[in-house]
Design a protein around this ligand. Structure first.
Ligand SMILES: C[S@@+](CC[C@H](N)C(=O)[O-])C[C@H]1O[C@@H](n2cnc3c(N)ncnc32)[C@H](O)[C@@H]1O
Length: 284
């Protein structure tokens, strides 16, 4: 019997289904059900929730979500071998889990949600984790179809998500993430908890989408952040040249001193510059 349910230990499931981890699928399995329960609990009370899980693998996190009362888990998995393995969970929690075979990068859960908000909870495959997050933060129209994300990343990526100005990890990802969501690193998980062990520590990050982020065109924001951080050691009057013939004026119109560098500008400053850029483009 396991720590959270009456199902077999994950090591037995992996052995029975020959689920040796594949690097190409970013597979590092978390076999400690106390830890998967800690991640599931970080998503708050689950009783009325529909949870989207990316990459359930042998099902450690899936089991925790269901044991803690998630009303429904929609799990999308690319690895066919894992689909067969997950059957034991479907039998234990009839009607509460839907397993979708496919690529999370092409998966739109909206038709399955009937307008209700979901939570995204996942130990993401590290090779596509950042891109998945950017896609979820770029959803239009905003607010999106989820009301919370609890996601595991490599520690270094987690730091780039939650960073603020004047911090080393501050960059394009933090601007997008903190513009659209409240972000927080909740706790770390050591490499020793995974099979196989990754080289680096992982962190669980919670993102709660803002209902009304400061209005601006997301693509303009991305362009300003890309130009400014593309030359992060340069002053804005230099780094924004690719966007505007008069970058000092663009910054000044947004209330920003163009002798500053990208890393010192808060998200609100990027938003103000994105609005000015949109105005300049509109009057051209
Ligand atoms: C880091 S493992 C996590 C497995 C499990 N949730 C756990 O915590 O032990 C990532 C999982 O994502 C799956 N995966 C990889 N690429 C995927 C994709 N594009 N779409 C859906 N699942 C994917 C892998 O097969 C693997 O099961």
């Amino acid at each position: 019997m396991s720590a959270i349910d009456d199902l077999p230990p994950l090591r037995d499931v992996i052995r029975e289904h020959s689920l040796s981890a594949r690097k190409s699928l970013g597979q590092n399995f978390l076999l400690d059900l106390n830890l998967t329960a800690r991640i599931a609990r970080a998503a708050g009370p689950l009783e009325d929730s529909t949870v989207i899980e990316v990459g359930p693998g042998p099902g450690g996190l899936t089991r925790a979500l269901l044991a803690l009362g998630a009303k429904r888990v929609i799990a999308i998995e690319r690895d066919e071998r894992a689909l067969a393995a997950l059957d034991y969970i479907a039998k234990r929690y009839p009607g509460r889990i839907e397993i979708v075979h496919g690529d999370a990068q092409r998966f739109d859960p909206r038709p399955l949600l009937d307008g209700a908000k979901a939570k995204i909870v996942a130990n993401l495959p590290y090779n596509i984790a950042t891109q998945l997050l950017v896609d979820w933060l770029s959803i239009e129209p905003w607010p999106p179809w989820y009301d919370m994300m609890v996601l595991m990343f490599q520690r270094e990526v987690a730091e780039r998500i939650v960073a603020h100005e004047d911090e080393e990890a501050y960059g394009r990802l933090a601007v997008l993430a903190n513009w659209r969501a409240e972000t927080k690193i909740l706790f770390d998980i050591s490499p020793a908890a995974f099979v196989p062990q990754p080289k680096v520590t992982s962190s669980v990050v919670r993102l709660i989408p803002r209902a009304a982020p400061e209005p601006c065109d997301r693509r303009m924001l991305e362009q300003v952040a890309a130009a400014a951080f593309g030359q992060r050691r340069k002053m804005l009057r230099q780094s924004l040249k690719s966007l505007s013939a008069d970058p000092a004026r663009l910054a000044a119109a947004a209330g920003i001193d163009a002798t500053q560098r990208a890393e010192t500008i808060p998200v609100a400053g990027f938003v103000a510059m994105a609005r000015e850029l949109a105005d300049i483009r509109a009057t051209k």
